[in-house]
Write a protein that binds this ligand. Structure first.
Ligand SMILES: [Zn+2]
Length: 238
């Protein structure tokens, strides 16, 4: 259903672009490159503190498995395991911290059960606990419906490889198209020349006249010869 929209959002600068645009008119991101992204290299960049060269996209990168992320989220999602796996370390850290905090709170409140502090701590424990649960379920649904934003880096190796393959594959049809156009133009010209041949020009007319004259002359010569032969025959007969 979302492909019906004439617009697409640039994952880098959030600019609204048309579906047919090959690159973002705002930041110049080539959308084709998004098919050749790497989650692994994005994780390396994020761990180095380089967030600039990474993009968050809902398109699943080829080097991370959806099934793994889904299983991690399903069974260990409350600890942020899937976020760690896919490189969303801040979200993962918050999830893990919230989970640990909630557990510690619950354990602590068991020791001081019945006191006034119990109520306060239990209420405080509810906050990180519910946050973790919201994160968990929202991520689970997002992963299932492929709306989970995965940090990716454009893999230069993959892209350069693809670029070569693409240019090779694209080179022929593009040139053929040009050739076709030229051929069509040439064919049109040829057609015109054929038409012009069909219509006799003055030169052609004069040629035809000359040919007619030659034909007539030859006919005359033949007649003359025939007459001469007749004369010879009559002379012989006499
Ligand atoms: Zn952009």
């Amino acid at each position: 259903m979302r492909n019906l929209s004439p617009y697409k959002k640039c994952p880098r600068c959030k600019e609204r672009c048309f579906q047919h645009e090959k690159s973002c008119h705002e930041c110049g991101l080539v959308f084709e490159r998004l098919n050749y992204t790497s989650n692994k290299s994005a994780k390396k960049l994020i761990l180095k503190g380089n967030y600039k060269d990474t993009i968050k996209t809902a398109d699943w990168p080829p080097d991370s498995k959806k099934s793994t992320a889904l299983l991690l989220c399903l069974f260990l999602g409350y600890t942020g395991a899937h976020n760690f796996y896919l490189g969303r370390f801040i979200k993962a850290g918050v999830s893990l911290f919230g989970f640990v905090l909630a557990i510690v709170m619950v354990i602590l409140t068991d020791y001081i059960y019945g006191s006034n502090l119990w109520y306060i701590l239990r209420i405080i424990a509810i906050i990180p606990g519910t946050c973790v649960l919201i994160f968990w379920f929202s991520d689970l649904i997002a992963i299932i419906f492929e709306r989970y934003k995965i940090p990716v880096a454009i893999n230069e190796d993959l892209y350069s490889l693809k670029d070569v393959v693409l240019s090779d594959k694209n080179a022929e049809p593009v040139e053929n198209l040009k050739f076709d156009k030229n051929n069509k133009l040439k064919e049109n010209k040829k057609d015109k020349s054929k038409e012009s041949e069909e219509i006799p020009t003055q030169e052609d007319a004069s040629k035809l006249e000359k040919e007619d004259k030659i034909k007539k002359n030859s006919e005359v010569v033949e007649k003359l010869n025939a007459l001469k032969n007749k004369k010879k025959r009559t002379k012989k007969e006499r």
